[in-house]
Design a protein around this ligand. Sequence first.
Ligand code: HEM
Length: 146
Amino acid sequence: MQHAESRKYGIGDASYQAAGGETGIRKLVDEFFDRMGSDARFRQIYDMHPADKDLSRDKLARFLCGWLGGPKLYSEKYGGISIPRAHEHLAVASAERDQWLSCMGETVANQPFADDFKIYLMQQLFVPAEAVRRRVELLRQSRDAT
Ligand code: HEM
């Protein structure tokens, strides 16, 4: 049943609404970065970010609005983006991917979202997180081969 229920989140802006729209997504992202900066388990990925964390917060929040089916706020302000390409300069292996997903998972768990949406959201976020890891690995392999 849960599977049939959660399928609705992929339609139109259902996910954006389930996350509380821009206000809910900005709150999620703020708490995500607060957690990342205050918990030693996430120190490594926190330190990978540029000093201007307000910019990182704005970028991720705007990206997630569009990615969840809401307004394309990232491209409005920053232009086009490919998530794997935007992370090519970073050292993201499984450990860093899992840090990001754990930090996000713990933050999502604290949000006033429906339980089936929390599960759906984390399943969906695994896809770009893994795509980042894979892109970084492929680049490393092609560099090692030359
Ligand atoms: C796999 C684990 C991930 C790690 C370790 C990670 C880490 C980072 C870091 C360190 C930056 C700042 C890069 C810089 O400015 O130099 C960044 C930027 C960003 N990340 Fe991630 N990230 C991960 C996954 C994701 C995922 C899954 C998403 C989206 C669902 C995402 C969305 C973004 C966005 C939108 C930016 C801003 C890109 C830009 O405008 O240049 N990240 N990430």
